[in-house]
Design a protein around this ligand. Structure first.
Ligand code: GLY
Length: 571
């Protein structure tokens, strides 16, 4: 009781103190510094793609032109996550119109899908079929999404923005140490498909070394089909035929009319507020936006800045907010075209007030008592995020993926295109966990034409109606909590964007009932958290954010140091 009162007094003190300072940026104010530029900035997971985005901006293209060029280029230089054969979500801020919109280009379940398609004769989930077979492939959305963004908000032609990707595929690019490493690491899985082996390995007994040049002729041909006919070059004609035929010859169910009927959709962003800032993020079928707002609403009433960054008190409150949000995810989130997702309720301040009553500042909740479940854990380096800002204040926040690293690992013959395993993000059986340990139910059951639930969270934070932060991350189920921490680090803990990016991260997702921390989290803090009842596990680095901040008429950017090859460039 006395302690609760103490926290309340701290909170009042913190409210008086909140948001009066801007994060330190210059000179020796900080040990981490962002890149600073005036005209435009691009942050991506691969230096070659960042350079492409910058070239487009310098040639007079806007943020969307650059973002589309980056999207096609990453499909060449970052094959584990950049893609033509996957899907994703893009937020676009159109400065002139004052609008921020979302483009949903998530994959959809083929017409021949049905809810029991991944169950074996005993009614158990056949994990191979679900996650790594020709049945795991959702109808790809990336090309439709990128082309729609360009048609609606771009200023350049498809030929102009796709040319750098064609050049990179045709002439090749030097393989980085990281790419050489992952190709070696995943070779058992990738060599299963002769078409994949032909592209990514010099022979059936050797691997590429860093510095070798990777040329992808079939991928260049596919990109040329898109250059000639836009989205139709992918979804109709020779390329669509090659993809559908190859998938069907190998037992899959995607047909040419699945491809022909694919449509990306432009939708409203999901909106919330946090300590005077506006939060715009991705609506369902991503769970990211709804739950970012839900967690921020829960946390808004606690004096996190005063309690301190990554103190045991602050982490405890964050974990309890995460636990409650991920429990709701399992029950209520799915494709809104097929399921009535209660977005308004989950993202309301009123519901957050109800949820806070379940949080004790002293003791950890027990997930079993919040909602039952049983899961497995999985680690992968899938998905990639990039952010772009131009001189006119337009901004793009884009996250797209093949799901696992290299998706299914299967390349459609003669296309150079790696195919996603996004069907694995559905809930194959109510109450069962997907590969990320996320539990789902009827809301996310498999259904023809439906989009699987995602955690991808491209997000923009606005201050005084102008974009302030443009951010997002890969990391499967950890995407949402990673983005949450970037926002809290800036708003509550007054960090500049480099500090916010570099700071150690934590994660909890309700099930398993484990608080994951990066290894650099202070050992004393872990002991205090354990005393509150948290079960703690150290795990590998989480997320890889690419974040831009706009303030004082300047652009500040930082690529996450957690994964190699990323770069932020500006001018
Ligand atoms: N495939 C990971 C996600 O969409 O969340």
């Amino acid at each position: 009781m006395v302690k609760q009162l103490f926290i309340s007094i701290l909170f009042l003190f913190c409210l008086l103190d909140a948001n009066t300072q801007a994060p330190p940026i210059y000179g020796a104010e900080s040990i981490h510094h962002p890149l600073i530029a005036e005209q435009g900035m691009v942050a991506t997971q691969h230096d070659e793609a960042t350079k492409v985005g910058l070239e487009i901006l310098k040639a007079g293209g806007n943020a969307v032109d650059a973002a589309v060029a980056v999207g096609f280029s990453l499909a060449v230089v970052l094959p584990r996550a950049g893609n033509l054969g996957g899907g994703g979500f893009m937020l676009v801020h159109d400065a002139k119109g004052g609008n921020t919109r979302a483009i949903n280009y998530r994959e959809i379940a083929p017409k021949k899908s049905d809810k029991d398609m991944y169950l074996d004769a005993q009614g158990n989930v056949d994990n191979k079929k679900f996650n790594s077979s020709y049945h795991s492939i959702g109808v790809p959305g990336t090309v439709a999404g990128l082309c729609q963004a360009l048609d609606t908000y771009g200023s350049m032609s498809i030929q102009e923005v796709i040319a750098p990707a064609i050049r990179l595929a045709k002439e090749g690019f030097p393989i980085s140490h990281d790419l050489a490493h992952v190709l070696e690491k995943y070779q058992t899985r990738l060599r299963v498909c002769p078409e994949t082996e032909k592209i990514f390995y010099p022979s059936n007994t050797s691997t590429y070394k860093a510095g070798d040049i990777l040329i992808q002729e079939d991928l260049a041909w596919s990109l040329e089909q898109i250059a000639q006919r836009g989205s139709k070059g992918f979804y109709e004609g020779a390329l669509a035929k090659r993809m559908a035929e190859d998938i069907q010859e190998n037992g899959g169910i995607i047909q040419t009319n699945d491809l022909k009927d694919y449509k990306a959709e432009e939708v409203d962003v999901v909106k919330g507020t946090y300590r005077g800032y506006d939060i715009y993020s991705m609506p369902p079928p991503s769970s990211g936006g709804v739950h970012i707002i839900q967690m921020l609403n829960i946390l808004e009433e606690y004096p996190l800045g005063f309690l301190g960054h990554n103190s045991a008190e602050t982490i405890h409150l964050m974990v309890e907010a995460m636990r409650l949000a991920y429990a709701d995810r399992s029950e209520h989130l799915g494709d809104p075209n097929y399921w009535d997702v209660p977005v308004k309720w989950i993202s309301s301040k009123k519901y957050a007030t109800d949820l806070r009553k379940k949080i004790s500042t002293f003791n950890a909740n027990i997930s079993e008592e919040i909602k039952p479940g049983k899961v497995t854990d999985y680690e992968s380096e899938e998905t990639t995020h990039y952010s772009v800002v131009d001189k006119d204040g337009n901004a793009v926040s884009n996250t797209y993926t093949l799901n696992f690293s290299f998706g299914t690992g299967l390349v459609a013959k003669g296309t150079g295109i790696l195919l996603n395993n996004e069907m694995g993000d559905f809930s194959a059986k109510p109450g069962s966990a997907n590969a990320f340990g996320l539990i789902g139910g009827a809301a996310n059951a498999v259904e023809a034409g439906k989009r699987p639930l995602s955690s991808m969270t491209p997000t923009m934070v606005f201050k005084d109606n102008k974009p302030y932060l443009i951010t997002g991350s890969p990391g499967g189920s950890r995407i949402i909590t990673t983005v949450l921490q970037i926002i809290l680090n800036v708003i509550d803990h007054n960090m500049n964007i480099a500090e916010a990016t570099h700071a150690p991260r934590i994660h909890h997702q309700w099930y398993p009932d484990i608080l994951y921390t990066e290894k650099v989290l202070n050992a004393d803090t872990k002991r205090l958290l354990a005393a509150k009842g948290h079960t703690i596990k150290t795990r590998a680095a989480m997320g890889s954010t690419q974040t831009l901040m706009i303030r004082d008429g300047l652009i500040f950017g930082c690529s996450d140091p957690r994964r190699p090859d990323a770069s932020t460039l500006g001018f």
